[in-house]
Design a protein around this ligand. Structure first.
Ligand SMILES: *Cc1c(COP(=O)(O)O)cnc(C)c1O
Length: 370
């Protein structure tokens, strides 16, 4: 393979010495769960996002699920309440809702931005709607001002699935600080990736922060005193120490991703390919560079033959998965079409100029089938 989709080995090799030193520090400390590293990372990540609280949890899916569970404990959500969610997202957004016996209500995206269309959101608001989950898909911020206005007008919670959008910003406000609460993933391939599973909830809400802090640790903030029937989903000291290293370089990495995107956008020219919408530069963290092509599968085969590895995010929308057979009568033609047309080009902070040039040449050389 000339250009891999994403080489995690290359991503982490850049910081190998620092990562090994951080790991050694944890090994030598003799303290491995909920200690100084987690507290320090939570503090640093909250400051980086511009919120008062970050609570480290086991993964991104748990971040979303525990945040929703927190709102249930606080009486802001109840079983059977509806949460509006984009129809075109990774299934974890849906699963976090269902895990709490809340009801995901998928809506059509805006085809240009791939994100929630506020008009479709408003049309989906009904008597049981209590929350909107905005997913900043592919790293591009959803239209948060419009969604905030809707949330305020209808008295709904506005939640961010920020798993793909670390560092994306609206003015000087970053993902994680744009809603009432946000869930982040630090899965290794995310823009800020651990070397294993990890996640965090961010919020300015005192009560929610305390609740999630307890929920992740058997419902206890004070040892052997259990106020809630919580679970075990803690960020561990090792991942926190490694994430503290990676966080120092997160802004540099975003700049590198933007540069790759800028070059793709400037040089890919093909009548059969629609490039992603740019919008405001800071509003996109370019987790993925996703183009659309009606001959997507042929394009993917062509690129593979040229030594360019691509991926599809995602081949089947959640409401068409067997796990959501109950949503079979939901029809989202736009979301369903996007899943047939999207293709993600190699994207990451370690792509070389030669890699990018090779991808561009390969895409431009594609001959659409008649
Ligand atoms: C990765 C991802 C998640 C889940 O994160 P994990 O850490 O893998 O559990 C949730 N939502 C979106 C949009 C994601 O991309």
């Amino acid at each position: 393979m000339d250009v891999p989709f994403l080489s995690l080995k290359a991503v982490n090799a850049r910081h190998a010495e620092e990562l090994k030193a951080a790991a050694a520090r944890v090994i030598d400390s003799g303290w491995y769960v909920l200690g100084d590293e987690v507290a320090a990372f939570e503090h640093e990540f909250a400051a980086w996002c511009g919120v008062r609280y970050a609570i480290g949890v086991g993964n991104g899916m748990d971040a979303l699920a525990l945040m929703l569970r927190g709102y249930m404990e606080l009486g802001r959500l109840a079983e059977g309440d509806e949460v509006i969610v984009p129809g075109n997202t990774f299934i974890a957004s849906f699963l976090a809702i269902s895990a709490n016996r809340l009801v995901p209500v998928p809506v059509e995206p805006d085809p240009a931005s791939f994100n929630l269309d506020p008009g479709c959101v408003e049309a989906a608001i009904g008597p049981r709607t209590r929350a909107i989950m905005a997913v900043h898909l592919y790293g591009r911020l959803a239209d948060m001002p419009a969604l905030r206005e809707l949330a305020d007008r209808y008295g709904l919670l506005l939640i961010e699935d920020a798993a793909q959008a670390h560092g994306a910003a609206l003015g000087n406000c970053r993902a994680g600080a744009l809603g009432d609460a946000a869930g982040f993933s630090f899965f290794p391939a995310k823009n800020l990736g651990a070397l294993g599973d990890a996640g965090a909830v961010t919020t300015d809400d005192d009560a929610l922060a305390h609740c999630v802090r307890a929920l992740r640790n058997y419902g206890s903030e004070v040892k052997y005193r259990h106020c809630l029937r919580g679970t075990n989903s803690r960020l561990d000291e090792m991942q926190a120490a490694l994430l503290r290293v990676k966080l120092k370089y997160a802004d540099d990495d975003t700049r590198l991703r933007r540069e790759v995107a800028r070059r793709y956008l400037a040089a890919i020219r093909h009548p059969g390919i629609a490039l992603p919408l740019v919008g405001q530069e800071e509003a996109h963290a370019w987790h993925l560079f996703v183009l659309r092509c009606r001959h997507r599968d042929a394009l993917q085969r062509h690129l593979l033959a040229c030594g360019v590895q691509t991926q599809v995010h995602y081949p089947v929308p959640p409401h068409r998965q067997p796990a959501y057979a109950g949503l079979l009568d939901v029809h989202l033609p736009l979301a369903e079409r996007l899943h047939k047309e999207v293709l993600s080009l190699p994207m990451g902070p370690t792509l070389t100029d030669a890699d990018v040039a090779h991808v561009i040449a390969a895409v431009n050389a594609f001959r659409s089938p008649a």
